[in-house]
Write a protein that binds this ligand. Structure first.
Ligand code: ADP
Ligand code: MG
Length: 355
C-alpha cells in the first residue's frame, strides 16, 4: 500500500489544448493518504474517470507526475502499478465459473492455490456469492456480475489502492444500499486505500472519511462530510451537497458585513473584500435559518412535508430562500422574520469562500 501523490497533473484529450475548457483535468495537486476511504464526487463529465485512469495508469497525463510513495510511476504501465479498478459496468469472464473469476487476479500473481481458495471463499462470503461459486458467470444477472467485479477488485490484499468507478450504477436499489454499507465495512476490514467515484452525494457521504469534490476538471474542496456541509469552500459544493442545497443571497459588503437588500447579516468575523473585487454572495444552508420575532422580513410561499422535517420556501424581494425545519417547529402563516445562525453564515466572492 502506498500514499498516492498527484503533482501538477493536467490532462487534455486534445492534441493542442488552448482554452481552459480544453482540459479535462485543469490542474491537480492532491495527496491520497495510505489507508484512506475517499469518495470522488462530482457531476457527470467533471473528470472523475479521467482522474482515476491517470492514477491507474490507463491514461498518461499531458502534464505532471504521479507518485506512489516516493516512486514516480507516471510512465509505468497499469499492470505494473499493483492497483485494482472496478468499472461502472461489470468486467467478467463469461465462460469461467464465478470461483475462477474471483481467483483470476490471484492466480495471475502466482498465489498458491491453498491461499487462493481461502481468499476467494472469504470474498464470496462478504459478497454473498458462496451459493453460485460453481456456476458459470454467463448465467448471472447484471447485479451478480457486478458483484463478481467488486470481488475481483477486493480479492488481492497487496494492492496500492482499490478504485471503484460508479460501481453501483447497474445494481438494483435494495442491493445498492446493502453493498454500499458493505464496502464501508470492507474498507475497515481490508485497510487498503479506497477511492470511490460517484455523482451521488449520499453514496459519497456514507462511504467516505474524506470527500474530494470535483467541478469541471478541478478539485473544489477536500473535506470530511461535516466540513463540506458546514463550510463549503465553493458555492458549487454548497449547492451540490445538501438537500435542498445552500441558499445563495447576492450581497454587498458594508463596513465589513454582508448586506442583502440593505439587511445586514452577522458573520463570525469582519469580512474583508477580496483584492480583485468580484461577485459577492452570502451562503447559508437551509438548516441554519429559523423564524424569529424580528429579522429579515419574508413572505411564506410553500411548506413541504418530507418526513422527518419540513422544507419551507420563503421570499424576500422576490428572492427565494429555503429553510429546513423540525417537524414540530411552528411556522408563521403568510409573513415572518428570519434569523440566520451567525457561525454558519459564509460569504463568497466569485464562488469562493472568503475566510
Ligand atoms: P466523469 O467520469 O466525471 O463523468 P470523464 O473523466 O469521463 O468525466 O470526462 C471528463 C471530460 O473529458 C468530459 O468532457 C468528457 O467528454 C471528456 N472525455 C472523456 N473521455 C474522453 C476521451 N476518451 N476522448 C475525448 N474526450 C473525453
Ligand atoms: Mg465517469
Amino acid at each position: 500500500m502506498a500514499k498516492i501523490t498527484l503533482e501538477r497533473v493536467r490532462h487534455s484529450y486534445l492534441e493542442n489544448p488552448e482554452s481552459a475548457d480544453d482540459w479535462a483535468l485543469k490542474q491537480l495537486d492532491l495527496v491520497w493518504s495510505d489507508g484512506g476511504a475517499y469518495a470522488l464526487l462530482g457531476p457527470s463529465g467533471c473528470g472523475k474517470t479521467t482522474l482515476l485512469n491517470v492514477i491507474s495508469g490507463l491514461l498518461r497525463p499531458t502534464e505532471g507526475r504521479v507518485l506512489f510513495d516516493d516512486r514516480d510511476v507516471t510512465g509505468v504501465a497499469s499492470d505494473r502499478r499493483d492497483i485494482a479498478q472496478v468499472f461502472q459496468f461489470p468486467v467478467v469472464y463469461d465462460t469461467m465459473s464465478v470461483y475462477d473469476n474471483l481467483a483470476f487476479p490471484l492466480r495471475n500473481r502466482r498465489v498458491p492455490e491453498k491461499q487462493v481458495k481461502q481468499r476467494v471463499q472469504e470474498i464470496a462470503r462478504m459478497l454473498e456469492l458462496q451459493e453460485v461459486l460453481g456456476n458459470r458467470a454467463s448465467g448471472l444477472t447484471a447485479d451478480g456480475k457486478q458483484k463478481i467485479s467488486l470481488g475481483r477488485g477486493l480479492v488481492r490484499s497487496d494492492v496500492n489502492v482499490i478504485m471503484f468507478d460508479e460501481p453501483l450504477t447497474v445494481i438494483d436499489p435494495h442491493l445498492k444500499w446493502q453493498l454500499r454499507s458493505k464496502l464501508k465495512e470492507l474498507h475497515q476490514e481490508v485497510g487498503a486505500t479506497m477511492i470511490y467515484v460517484t455523482h451521488d452525494q449520499t453514496e459519497a457521504l456514507t462511504f467516505a472519511d474524506h470527500v474530494v469534490v470535483m467541478h469541471s476538471g478541478e478539485v473544489v474542496q477536500i473535506g470530511t462530510p461535516v466540513e463540506l456541509f458546514e463550510k463549503p469552500k465553493h458555492t458549487f459544493v454548497g449547492h451540490f451537497i445538501g438537500s435542498p442545497g445552500m441558499n445563495l443571497l447576492p450581497c454587498k459588503l458594508i463596513d465589513g458585513f454582508p448586506t442583502f437588500f440593505g439587511y445586514r447579516l452577522e458573520t463570525p468575523e469582519v469580512v474583508r473584500p477580496p483584492a480583485g473585487g468580484g461577485r459577492m454572495e452570502i451562503g447559508i444552508r437551509p438548516e441554519f435559518i429559523r423564524f424569529a420575532d424580528d429579522g429579515l422580513p419574508v413572505e411564506i410561499v410553500k411548506v413541504d412535508d418530507v418526513g422527518r422535517h419540513r422544507i419551507v420556501a420563503v421570499e424576500h424581494n422576490s428572492h427565494a430562500i429555503k429553510l429546513v425545519m423540525p417537524e414540530e417547529a411552528p411556522i408563521p402563516g403568510e409573513r415572518g422574520y428570519l434569523a440566520f445562525e451567525r457561525d454558519k453564515t459564509n460569504v463568497y466572492a466569485d464562488g469562493w469562500i472568503i475566510t
